[in-house]
Design a protein around this ligand. Structure first.
Ligand code: ATP
Ligand code: MG
Length: 353
């Protein structure tokens, strides 16, 4: 069986360091392992419109921003097909057929959908399209026969729901769709990076992000303003490392060599954490170190982004060509689906048989 990746991001803003550690970094690693036969990376504009119907311009503006972020982190259009969701209309048709295989109460139980409905303040006025986005996500994944989906932890319920749709479809219409596996980051701190405000998830919609394209001074300001242990008031006080965003970020971003480079009085992160727990280590010192670490990680990304910002027509062509290839693949799957459902009436005079 071919090894195929599908994953993507909503063009609701520029991408941030949560996306980077939660999914982008893993994608680049998988891409460069050369172990995959096909890699599809989708800018999910149709999904973004499900809760931004009145702001199409915001979605449109962010398509190029997300594409630039992709190229900046090292996604390579020679190896990965970068495409725009709504340019592949077969995904919408698949969604429509899958809707019949899912109950309303099943979607209502999806914990990520529940949390997002609350976060967006929809209460009872939930757009039907938004409510159905886990189903459209199953269409995205299965349209490419994806075997691996590298995403952050918030996507686990989506993958479960997708697998249920695959099993249901295959049992009703015969073996057609491919059962995908989720690929979460190995590092536990990267599963769901908290916001700089300490909120459970860094999210474009919450405005608590450090963006990949951010300038150094802006990053420094954000790091220095980060939420830490609220009970660690004086330097001498013992501090808590667990659940402390500054240490979660260090767990997510720090490489051993950064100690020699930026903080040589400590050998490693464990020593730094022990000192913080004992007391006598101030937040400012830890934040300055974290700032150096994040700056070192983001500098090459920012540079590559600037390179591509000078070449927007090329980026546009990459998306156009990627969308064309993605459409070909999805059209093939749709033919298989229609055949399995016996609604391919005009193929080989099927309706007459
Ligand atoms: P929105 O608020 O519009 O939903 P978002 O910031 O949640 O935006 P998405 O485009 O929904 O971003 O998610 C893209 C990918 O990034 C998904 O794989 C998701 O799991 C991952 N991701 C998003 N936020 C984080 C985070 N804070 N930590 C780890 N992974 C994340
Ligand atoms: Mg999201």
């Amino acid at each position: 069986m071919k090894k195929i990746i599908l994953t993507g991001d909503r063009p609701t803003g520029r991408l941030h360091v949560g996306h980077y550690v939660g999914s982008l970094k893993e994608r680049v690693k998988l891409q460069n392992s050369n172990e995959y036969d096909e890699i599809y990376i989708m800018i999910a504009d149709a999904q973004a419109l499900t809760d931004n119907a009145e702001h199409p311009e915001k979605v449109r503006q962010n398509i190029m921003q997300v594409a630039l972020d992709y190229l900046a982190v090292g996604l390579d259009p020679e190896k990965s097909i970068l495409f725009i969701q709504s340019m592949v209309p077969q995904l919408t048709e698949l969604t429509f057929y899958y809707m019949n295989l899912v109950t309303v109460s099943r979607v209502q139980r999806n914990p990520t959908v529940k949390a997002e409905i609350q976060m967006r303040g929809f209460e009872t006025s939930i757009p039907v399209g938004f409510f159905c986005y886990p189903i459209s996500q199953a269409a995205d994944i299965t349209a490419f026969h994806a075997t691996v989906v590298p995403v952050g932890e918030d996507q686990m319920p989506m993958l479960e729901q997708c697998k249920e749709i695959v099993h249901k479809f295959n049992s009703v219409y015969g073996e057609t769709l491919t059962d995908p596996q989720i690929k979460l980051p190995d590092n536990a701190s990267c599963l769901r990076l908290p916001g700089i405000d300490g909120k459970a998830k860094m999210s474009k919609s919450l405005g608590n992000c450090i963006y990949l394209s951010e300038e150094p001074e802006e990053i420094r300001k954000k790091v220095m303003s980060m939420f830490t242990d609220p009970n660690h008031l004086r330097v001498e006080d013992p501090g808590q490392v667990e659940g402390n965003p500054v240490f979660i970020y260090l767990d997510a971003f720090c490489r051993p060599e950064y100690f020699a480079e930026f903080l040589p009085e400590y050998e490693n992160l464990d020593q730094l954490k022990d000192h913080y727990r004992r007391g006598g280590l101030g937040d400012v010192k830890v934040k300055k170190f974290l700032n150096n670490v994040i700056q070192a990680e983001l500098a090459p990304i920012r540079e590559r982004r600037k390179y591509w910002e000078q070449r927007l027509p090329e980026v546009y062509e990459i998306l156009r060509e990627g969308s064309r290839k993605a459409e070909q693949k999805a059209a093939q799957t749709l033919r298989e689906v229609r055949h399995a459902m016996r609604i391919d009436y005009f193929e080989d005079n099927n309706l007459l048989k």
